[in-house]
Each structure stands twice: as structure tokens, then as C-alpha cells.
Design a protein. Structure first.
Length: 106
């Protein structure tokens, strides 16, 4: 895979992740800082490491399923693996400035 193609796919992945929301929070998971790693290998397999705002998040399955469904629709991506990780622990500091503003933290 060319570096240009990988960059194009990564941009599409980020655009899709910006459409995935925790139903309890009106901000997308990318802006919330829940995405720790996006990796696309030469075979076009996508692996995402992400976290939740809390380890016992009741919406975790919904969020992961929504993200997987949307990511699998990207032309050029062969497979999608989403790993839920809790290291490092998520904090409000990981949110984008826009997310902090939207949620009243600024």
C-alpha cells in the first residue's frame, strides 16, 4: 500500500469515527479522545485501539458495534478489528478543544 493510499484511508477512518457517538454524550468518540490508535497494514486490515470514558460504560457494545459497522463500509478496508483498552486511563484532558467547549469544560 502506498503512503498516499494509507493516508487517504486514515482520513476516511477519522471522518467515519466522527459520526460515532456515545448516546449519553453529544460529542463524537474521536473528539472525545477515545481513539488511541488507528493502524492500517499493507493488506488493508484496520485495527483501532479505543477506550471508554469509564470501564463499566453501559453503551460500550453499542458504540463498538456502531463504529465497526460504519468502518466496514469504507472502500479499500478489508477487515476491521476494534480493541477496547483501558491504558492509559481516559481523562477529560484527552478531549479536543471543541469537545470541551461543547460539554462546558471551557
Amino acid at each position: 500500500m502506498t503512503p498516499e493510499k494509507r493516508l487517504e484511508l486514515e482520513e476516511k477512518v477519522i471522518s467515519i469515527l466522527r459520526t460515532v457517538f456515545d448516546p449519553e454524550i453529544p460529542v463524537d468518540i474521536y473528539s472525545l479522545g477515545l481513539i488511541y490508535k488507528i493502524d492500517i497494514n499493507d493488506d488493508a486490515d484496520l485495527t483501532i485501539d479505543m477506550t471508554m470514558t469509564a470501564p463499566n460504560c453501559p453503551m460500550a457494545d453499542f458504540i463498538v458495534d456502531d463504529a465497526r459497522y460504519k468502518l466496514e463500509s469504507i472502500d479499500g478496508i478489508k477487515s476491521v478489528t476494534i480493541n477496547i483498552v483501558f491504558e492509559p486511563e481516559w481523562t477529560k484532558d484527552m478531549m479536543s478543544e471543541e469537545a470541551k467547549l461543547e460539554l462546558g469544560f471551557l
